[in-house]
Design a protein around this ligand. Structure first.
Ligand code: MN
Length: 202
């Protein structure tokens, strides 16, 4: 058994003008494709090849750096493509909006907090909105780490993630990470995030 690069549910140009088609194509085929291939190579012939990715990540401290980096990269990008889409943006609704308002005060305050986590992550990494014991929390991780890993500073179930590696934005935005972060809000598929929230509540 090996992990497969998931099908992208939209075209490379679907997130224009916020995320350009060339960045999408390289990011998906080369970066995500690379993490997938390297993860498979790292677990080939070991007992890890029988496990779902979540099970591998939860004991990541026991595994090699190759499994940590590529397993994280595989999972994180699966989530990233899912929580974005054409005609995205706006705000969440229903239970998720209520939980955001209860936790952060308002959607705007949540947005500021998440954007700040993404902007202040030094070097490469991810900003996250996670569910931790039923509550929402915002934080960031370095490299391809994520909140499912036992090594994460904050652990939980991720429902929204933003890739702030330079490969995610440099072609279009160069060093202007804050502009990329600001535009990310226009491509979020809140329905997908809400579905993850409902899964996390169970
Ligand atoms: Mn990436």
């Amino acid at each position: 058994m090996s992990f497969q690069l998931p099908k992208l549910n939209y075209d490379y140009n679907a997130l224009e003008p916020y995320i350009d088609a060339t960045t999408m194509e390289i990011h998906y085929t080369k970066h995500h494709g690379g993490y997938t291939n390297n993860l498979n190579a790292a677990i080939e012939g070991t007992s890890l090849s029988e496990l779902p990715i979540e099970e591998i990540l939860k004991d990541i401290s026991k595994h090699s750096a190759a499994v940590r980096n590529n397993g994280g990269g595989f999972y994180n990008h699966n989530l990233f493509w899912e929580i974005m889409g054409p005609n995205g943006g706006g705000m969440p609704s229903g239970e998720l909006l209520k939980a955001i308002e209860k936790t952060f005060g308002s959607f705007q305050e949540f947005k500021d907090k998440f954007s700040n986590a993404a902007a202040t992550r030094f070097g490469s990494g991810w900003a996250w909105l996670i569910m931790q014991n039923g509550s929402l929390k915002v934080f960031s991780t370095p490299n391809q780490d994520n909140p499912l890993m036992d090594v994460a500073e904050q652990k939980g179930f991720p429902i929204l993630g933003l890739d702030v590696w330079e490969h995610a934005y440099y072609l279009k935005y160069q060093n202007r990470r804050p502009e990329y972060i600001n535009n990310f809000w226009n491509v979020i598929n809140w329905k997908a995030v809400e579905e993850k929230y409902m899964i996390g509540l169970k």
